[in-house]
Design a protein around this ligand. Structure first.
Ligand code: XLS
Ligand code: NI
Ligand code: NI
Length: 438
């Protein structure tokens, strides 16, 4: 039964099209740098925002109807969400989905009953996957909504809560493997603290690592060959979250010997909450060989929380795709961890939001490829550091066994130092504009 009745198959019509239900830039088969757009941009639908969230906020109830004709809280409703999700993805040509355990079934009082429901629904999802090219991008366990996680999951003060976190991670890993997921995500939403007056920070961090190590061991044992991801976020819901940003999370992984199995899942809005640009956290991940996957959304610079908006900012998308192209692509994909604004509550809005997001990233890809092909930015960067290869003192600094004394001697022999050369920021920004706007 068709759920989104008035929505046709979404097609590429080109940038001149005025049809709101058509792609203007996302042309799945267009080849850029030898790869189809659809391969550069493995887009994913986030189950939670798209099929579950009804636009509830701190001050008001839901406004979007996500019942899909069934009673909330029932397995019939869970199945209707699967039907809606697959129809939605097929109409948009989206090939991946991401889920939390409790997005796909109503959570029961007893975890054993929840697990039984999870088995049932994933059988149904598998059935739906057959005959389509839709796959799972990543799975995760929601270890932040249930009241037992009030003090965190791996970082909880309660050993009993830690055990329930293990049970959820174990099950979510099994489901991810069952659905052929490429990755498994840890987003430490409540892994943090409110006050150090009641917190043993070292103990909590060691315990998070303990949980992650057990997850890696178990995952590998049951045949999970994909990447584990940490999704950094500095705050919200906790005041201080341990996975503050990419640099912090990478340091944590290295300190605990987890860096071989983990990569980063970088969310744009989380990077900006940490006071960075999206591009910054992508670059930090990439230079550490840990750029795995992306939660594609954007924040509002006037607001201090995770607004999870659909990507609209082409500058940001361009610089994101510049990082992704330079890194040789993602092992994961682009998950629209994004939701419609509360007043955009119709089915049509859901499609138009994805069209906006997909077109924004398609434009970003096209423009990033042009920037790289143009070569002026890369050329400038290369020249900017050339004193390390083209001058005698530069070569000496870079040589094996260089000592502080001999390098210092060079400076003293010179007596005064020349300025390091203009950074040319405005000139480079003008290049970006000329490529973006022709
Ligand atoms: C919340 C996070 C969350 C993760 C998955 O801010 O973005 O949605 O992506 O748990
Ligand atoms: Ni988020
Ligand atoms: Ni996210």
């Amino acid at each position: 039964m068709e759920i989104f009745k008035n929505i046709p198959q979404i097609k590429y019509e080109g940038s001149k099209s005025k049809n709101p239900l058509a792609f203007k830039y996302y042309d799945a088969d267009r080849v850029i740098f030898g790869k189809k757009m659809s391969e550069h941009l493995p887009f994913a639908m986030a189950w939670w925002h798209n099929l579950c969230a009804e636009g509830t906020d701190m001050f008001g109830r839901g406004v979007a109807d996500k019942s899909f004709g069934q009673e909330y809280g029932t397995m019939e409703h869970a199945k209707a969400k699967v039907d809606a999700g697959f129809e939605f993805m097929q109409k948009l040509g989206i090939k991946y989905f991401c889920f939390h355990d409790v997005d796909i079934v109503p959570e029961a009082q007893d975890i054993n009953e929840t697990n039984r429901r999870l088995d049932e629904i994933t059988d149904y999802i598998l059935e739906k996957m057959e005959g389509t090219d839709i796959k799972c991008l990543w799975g995760t366990a929601n270890m932040f909504s249930n009241p037992r996680f009030v003090n965190g999951a791996g970082s909880s003060n309660s050993a009993e809560v830690f055990a329930f976190a293990c049970a959820q991670v174990k099950k979510a890993l099994e489901l991810t493997v069952k659905l052929g997921g490429r990755g498994y995500v840890f987003w430490g939403g409540r892994e943090g603290y409110e006050t150090l007056l009641n917190t043993d920070m070292a103990f909590e961090q060691d315990n998070i690592a303990r949980l992650m190590k057990m997850a890696v061991e178990y995952g590998r044992k049951i045949g999970f060959t994909g990447d584990f991801y940490i999704e950094p976020k500095p705050k919200e819901p906790m005041k201080h979250q341990y996975d503050f940003d990419a640099a912090t999370a990478i340091g944590f992984l290295k300190a605990h010997g987890l860096d071989k199995d983990f990569k980063m899942n970088i969310e744009a809005n989380h990077a900006t909450l940490a006071g960075h640009t999206f591009q910054h956290d992508l670059r930090v991940s990439a230079i550490n060989g840990m750029l795995g996957s992306i939660d594609a959304n954007q924040g509002d610079m006037l607001l201090g929380w995770d607004t999870d908006e659909f990507p609209f900012d082409v500058y940001t998308a361009t610089m994101c795709m510049y990082e992704v192209l330079k890194a040789g692509g993602l092992t994961g994909g682009f998950n629209f961890d994004a939701k419609n604004r509360r007043p955009s509550y119709t089915y049509e809005d859901m499609f138009e939001a994805f069209i906006l997001g997909m077109d924004t990233f398609a434009l970003g890809l096209i423009k990033a490829a042009e920037l790289i092909e143009d070569g002026r930015i890369d050329g400038f960067i290369e020249k900017r550091y050339s004193s390390y290869t083209s001058t005698e003192i530069g070569q000496k600094i870079m040589s094996e066994g260089a000592t502080l004394e001999e390098i210092a001697q060079y400076a003293c022999d010179r007596g005064t130092c020349e300025l390091p050369g203009s950074g040319k920021q405005e000139s480079l920004e003008a290049i970006v504009n000329s490529i973006l706007f022709g």
